[in-house]
Design a protein around this ligand. Structure first.
Ligand SMILES: [Fe+2]
Length: 291
């Protein structure tokens, strides 16, 4: 499948089975060592349609149960980043003056559209993510989700050159992370869209302008603008959900954003986030080759 016809048939299948509402993607799971086959199947089906599934965990929903949940879906290789806890699972909450406080996720501000780990080295890209809500904020903190395959379709439908531009290995550079004169992460260049070894589409992206240096050619810049326009549109493919305590999302690192929130005494937002070098297993193979 390397031509326009195969793309069109994949596109039609994808859009025809796309859910109309986020309720179709919610699965109730037990907080146990093993979910029933029907529950696993429901999660896999959601991931096949949209690259993410929402779950409602019946039970404690502690960090250990999150790790067990990931294992049931082939997510085992955790990425421990600068801000994660000792078990490589990050506790996302508003923090004061720690290192983590310098990053937007650890504030109550809105979080712009991105995929996780876009600044990682290309051989350490994040393929799977679990985001679990231990406690919601008093107000706000809504999650926005957009399947990156839909973003790909959106761009390719408007101009296939956009895809070619964003698959170029020099499309997007993430500047180095320098704090107090010390470089704690080097500059990282790479494509926005790439295919993994099994032909699955991967996306590395941030809508925060200061985080990105785009290749200065017109196709790349127009493609970046086209993506921003999509995020600011009322696209029916953008799903919104405010995670309740015990709910979470398991994703093949789809595009996501977060609205601002407000904590109150006794009602402070706490999310656990596990990032993996693995993609969720059990999803069908695809082919996104250019026309
Ligand atoms: Fe994220």
């Amino acid at each position: 499948m390397t031509n326009a016809d195969s793309y069109q048939s994949w596109r039609e299948r994808k859009l025809a089975r796309y859910p109309r509402g986020i309720d179709e993607l919610m699965v109730t799971l037990p907080d146990s060592h093993a979910s029933a086959p029907a529950e696993l199947d429901a999660v896999h089906q959601a991931l096949q349609r949209t690259n993410f599934a929402l779950y409602r965990l019946v039970g404690s929903g502690d960090k250990a149960s999150l790790v067990r949940l990931g294992e049931q879906f082939g997510l085992t290789r955790l990425d421990g980043n600068l801000c994660s806890d000792d078990d490589s699972v990050s506790s996302i909450r508003v923090v004061g003056k720690r290192r983590a406080g310098e990053y937007i996720p650890y504030t109550d501000k809105p979080l712009n559209w991105h995929t996780d780990g876009y600044y990682n080295r290309m051989d350490r890209q994040i393929r799977g993510v679990i985001l679990h809500c231990a406690q919601p904020a008093a107000e706000g903190g809504e999650s926005l989700l957009l399947d990156h395959e839909i973003a790909y379709i959106h761009l390719r439908d408007r101009n296939p050159e956009y895809i070619r531009a964003l698959m170029a290995p020099d499309a997007m550079i993430i500047p180095p992370n320098v704090q107090n004169g010390e470089e704690i992460r080097p500059q990282q260049g790479g494509p926005v869209f790439s295919l993994d070894a099994n032909g699955f589409l991967h996306m590395r992206y941030s809508a925060r302008g200061r985080n990105i240096v785009w290749k200065q050619d017109s196709a790349t810049l127009q493609a970046a603008k086209c993506l921003l326009d999509l995020f600011h549109s009322d696209s029916p493919y953008i799903f919104r959900h405010r995670l309740k305590a015990g709910e979470g999302v398991i994703t093949n690192n789809v595009l996501h954003a977060r609205t601002a929130f407000r904590n109150s005494a006794g009602q402070e937002r706490l999310l656990y986030r596990a990032r993996y070098f693995d993609r969720v297993t059990g999803t069908e193979n695809r082919d996104y080759a250019e026309s």
